[in-house]
Design a protein around this ligand. Structure first.
Ligand SMILES: *[C@@H]1O[C@H](CO)[C@@H](O)[C@H](O)[C@H]1NC(C)=O
Ligand SMILES: *[C@@H]1O[C@H](CO)[C@@H](O)[C@H](O)[C@H]1NC(C)=O
Ligand SMILES: *[C@@H]1O[C@H](CO)[C@@H](O)[C@H](O)[C@H]1NC(C)=O
Ligand SMILES: *[C@@H]1O[C@H](CO)[C@@H](O)[C@H](O)[C@H]1NC(C)=O
Length: 316
């Protein structure tokens, strides 16, 4: 009898503790000084500036007067979330899942549920789906991927009012790196796609000749192809590289032991030329991989160059 009573009390206490923890979880975990900053961002701006952040604290030096969305590919940083919200910018999760698994609609539903839980727990405003996996045209995965995007968008919009769901696509819709997706179906099914116009040499299987990461003509031809599919320009955000490649030259007669290099990267001038296309064709906006790449150390030369890189994003 005694034993049963104490077991009952213990059970009650455990129940109370569980209730208390639950109350704490739901009521007091907003990490922002101003609790209103935990509300999701609603409404949209005419021009999207979409920034990928890979972690660290250099986000403090971004040009927040332009930023509309930060996709956080680093560790979750509540300070970044609070700050972005104070500037009216969305903060979105990174979403990735095996395309083989999401052929099963129950797996899709479970995955979407997990992402929404995580976004809510972290007071985030949506998700950027970054599935850079091979898919054959008209395969089960091909249809499942479009369905995943559609279902994710519907669920996020319903569960987190004002939230944003986006999808990353290659620089061209022509099965780049064997990614044969239903691009127009995917664009229709989310808020917009982010076109990763970089690493455009990934299809070169012969000898690699040093060249631009995102050559001007080839980059714009990719957008022409997306528009030719009938995709609304307001569903396309142009991605530009804020990184480049340092090629060590192999065949070069040298009069010293030092290897020669060719370094290719975009600068404010090349980015401005691409940004002009964004304006001319009425695309949704522009963004970069990734925001942390610039030199934010604050020296006078670095500050000038960094400012010019941000400035180059503006449609002129
Ligand atoms: C695509 O199809 C080819 C030929 O049927 C097959 O060998 C390959 O494994 C498929 N790729 C994927 C990602 O399903
Ligand atoms: C692409 O997806 C859309 C929307 O789901 C669908 O209407 C269309 O038939 C699909 N296109 C192809 C080629 O599968
Ligand atoms: C880019 O396209 C323009 C216009 O079609 C052409 O005149 C120019 O030669 C091209 N440049 C390169 C590097 O292919
Ligand atoms: C070239 O190599 C020499 C000897 O290793 C080295 O002292 C020098 O700094 C190198 N120069 C450059 C430009 O890398």
């Amino acid at each position: 009898m005694q034993g049963l009573l104490s077991a009952g009390r213990e059970g009650g206490a455990r129940l109370l503790l569980a209730l208390f923890l639950q109350l704490q979880l739901s009521a007091s975990t907003c990490p922002c000084q101003d609790p209103s900053l935990c509300n999701p961002i609603s409404g949209s701006k005419d021009f999207e500036v979409f920034v990928f952040d890979v972690g660290g604290k250099t986000w403090k030096f971004y040009d927040w007067s332009q930023i509309t969305t930060v996709a956080t590919f680093g560790k979750y940083d509540p300070e970044l979330m609070c700050y972005a919200h104070s500037k009216g910018a969305r903060v979105v999760l990174k979403g990735d899942v095996s395309v083989k698994e999401i052929v099963d609609p129950f797996v899709r539903a479970a995955w979407i549920g997990q992402q929404i839980d995580l976004a809510k727990k972290q007071y985030m405003d949506g998700i950027n789906i970054d599935i850079e996996q091979e898919v054959n045209k008209s395969s089960a995965e091909y249809y499942a991927l479009t369905a995943l995007v559609k279902e994710t968008t519907e669920a996020f919009h319903k569960e987190i009012p004002g939230s944003q769901v986006t999808f990353d696509v290659a620089w061209s819709p022509e099965c780049i790196d064997k990614r044969c997706y239903n691009y127009s179906g995917i664009a229709d099914s989310c808020d917009f796609v982010f076109v990763m116009s970089y690493d455009e040499q990934s299809q070169v299987w012969t000898e690699c000749i040093a060249g631009a990461n995102a050559p001007y003509n080839q980059t714009l031809a990719g957008y022409d192809d997306y528009l030719d599919l009938g995709i609304n320009p307001k569903k396309l955000v142009m991605g530009v590289p804020w990184y480049g490649y340092d090629y060590t030259c192999l065949h070069l007669s040298m009069d010293s032991h030092n290897a020669s290099h060719q370094v290719w990267f975009d600068n404010p001038r090349s980015i401005s030329l691409k940004a002009a296309y964004v304006k001319e064709h009425g695309l949704r906006g522009i963004g970069m991989w990734n925001g942390n790449c610039l030199d934010y150390s604050g020296g006078s030369v670095a500050r000038k160059q960094t400012e010019a890189m941000w400035e180059a994003l503006k449609p002129k």
